[in-house]
Design a protein around this ligand. Sequence first.
Ligand SMILES: Cc1ncc(COP(=O)(O)O)c(C=O)c1O
Length: 378
Amino acid sequence: MNTHYFDYAAASPMSPAVMAAMQPYFSDKFYNPSALYLAAQEVKQAIHDSRALVARHLGAKPSEVIFTAGGTEANNLAINGVLSQFPGKSVLTSSIEHDSVLVTAALYNHTVAPVNSEGLIDTQELERLINDDTVLISVMYVNNEIGTIQPLARIAKIVSLVRIDRTKRGIDTPLYLHTDACQAPNYLQVLVHTLGVDMMTLNGGKIYGPKQSGVLYLKTGVQLRPEITGGGQERNMRSGTENVPAIVGFATALDETQMSREAETKRLRKLQQQLFIGLAEKLPTAQINGNKKYRVPNNIHLTIPGSDNERLMMALDEKGLMVATGSACSASSDEPSHVLQAIGLSDEQARSSLRMTLGRQSDPVAIAALLDGLTSIL
Ligand SMILES: Cc1ncc(COP(=O)(O)O)c(C=O)c1O
């Protein structure tokens, strides 16, 4: 049976170039980069080169790149790293953040800014929710369930005006802007100055790199309290002997995906359209969730009234079609998705919803197979 994968937002297969780049660091070049002999210094240089490559794609300085073990860790570091220094102060996030942001933010005074029914943050409401106790705002760049792209530059503008106002009033509480951009680099630029962010999370597992690899961009001058202390690696921000294959793999993956970003966006837009058009024809009751314009080209999120998404997912799986009922980024899938609740879907509608995310191996044949599978089951 031919299988077709439609869950790239959960995991992407490692690219051959990434695997080849990583391979020597498992075997021949296994040395601890902190050792002083020449062979180890070469490994240290590989980390250095990887950091420089990542920094180039972010428009950042190499010293602003902290390698982490994935997106969850980077999000935790950003939130705990700021909030633990300001007891009693608060963090403001959107209602559709990944759990690694929401659950961590909930450890502190946490204010939640709503999104509209299309999954876009209401920036006026966000502005209204900022007060003198807010030290951190965390808004994701691309949502992992419905694929919506948030207006980060507009939010950064609001943040800069709040800072000016605080300075005028003699308030010395800082205000930082963090974004979880785990789902962005395959299709969007991740230039930190254009986005206007102080911190940004990236995740190797979503960009055809290794799982448990990631980055936190940390703007010079932003103070964080580290979560993992010890040997002082990563400029004291993340101690522990470096996972060199993961670091090299992450940098190679980010480079490759940023270089192919425009062509892949064009290619997937066509496939997304093919699916939207096919759905309108063959399944006219299906509703598409999430704004259609401010959306990454690989995401199709549907509510099919009257269907049970788990049964539908299993029936599709029997036909070799792998889709998601929600976000596989959370270990428990029993609860209706908080993202779908936030855009106003009832529990019943959420349980009739499917996420399909495309990627490098998706092609028109796969889309046709998915449309056939959906129509024959329903
Ligand atoms: C937007 C977003 N943030 C954070 C994460 C967490 O990444 P990881 O589970 O690889 O740590 C994911 C996916 O799992 C995600 O999609």
